[in-house]
Design a protein around this ligand. Structure first.
Ligand code: ADP
Length: 213
């Protein structure tokens, strides 16, 4: 079935048969037994900028303090939920839509979910914010210059993109649109990993998402 046919089918279902069920246990009830607020930490930046590294350390730090977290990693989700998607514009848009919907469920479950996806397009990040809800969304721009990402090249992907083995690679032959007004802006050339973690934890504390002792 083509994407267009799938959409038509979905629209029919939406309009005619699907009814939203309201459940007794709400986000606030789930949050109160966890002593935290559900929220999404949305890490965006070039490949190799440090999204996974920082998200991983943030999760570790929160977990050690007894908070409930989950980490949705772009590369990992492409092994499962998103394994039918490639890197065309259309597939990147769908990739972000799906992860935003998944993150929304985690937030509703009262969990602090980190999303480490390149998410190169401004409009798609705005859509993700809309799906998850602005009040639950923390945008973190992991800002590392392309030259530095290419120097680090932790997965050897820039080498492959430059040799033409991979196409539509962000920063090389596919654009990256930086956030205009992120909640947190980290320049990883000037800021080490520990400092990045403490900047993020402080924001969570300031917003009342966690209570740090
Ligand atoms: P991404 O998830 O954005 O593709 P990764 O986290 O996989 O990037 O890789 C980033 C690489 O950069 C890692 O090897 C990490 O150790 C390194 N790195 C060096 N300095 C920093 C820093 N200050 N912050 C985050 N990562 C850094």
């Amino acid at each position: 079935m083509s994407r267009k046919e799938q959409k038509k089918r979905r629209d029919n279902l939406d309009n005619n048969y699907l009814i939203w069920h309201s459940h007794k246990v709400k986000k606030e009830n789930r949050e109160s037994i966890k002593r935290q607020k559900g929220c999404a930490l949305w890490f965006t930046g070039l490949s190799g900028s440090g999204k996974s590294t920082i998200a991983n350390e943030v999760e570790y730090s929160l977990n050690r303090r007894g908070f409930h977290t989950y980490l949705l990693d772009g590369d990992n989700l492409r092994h499962g939920l998103n394994k039918d998607l490639g890197f065309s514009f259309e597939d990147r848009v769908e990739n972000i839509r799906r992860v935003a919907e998944v993150a929304k469920l985690f937030v509703d479950a009262g969990i602090i979910v980190s999303v480490a996806f390149i998410s190169p397009f401004l409009k798609e990040r705005e859509k993700a914010k809309g799906i998850i809800g602005e009040e639950n969304f923390v945008e973190i721009f992991v800002d590392t210059p392309l030259e530095e990402c290419m120097k680090r090249d932790p997965k050897g992907l820039y080498k492959k993109a430059l040799s033409g083995e991979i196409s539509e690679f962000t920063g090389i032959d596919s654009p990256y649109e930086p956030p205009e007004n992120p909640d947190i802006h980290i320049n990883t050339v000037k800021t080490d990993i520990n400092k990045s973690v403490s900047i993020i934890l402080n924001l969570l504390s300031d917003r009342g998402i966690v209570l740090l002792l």
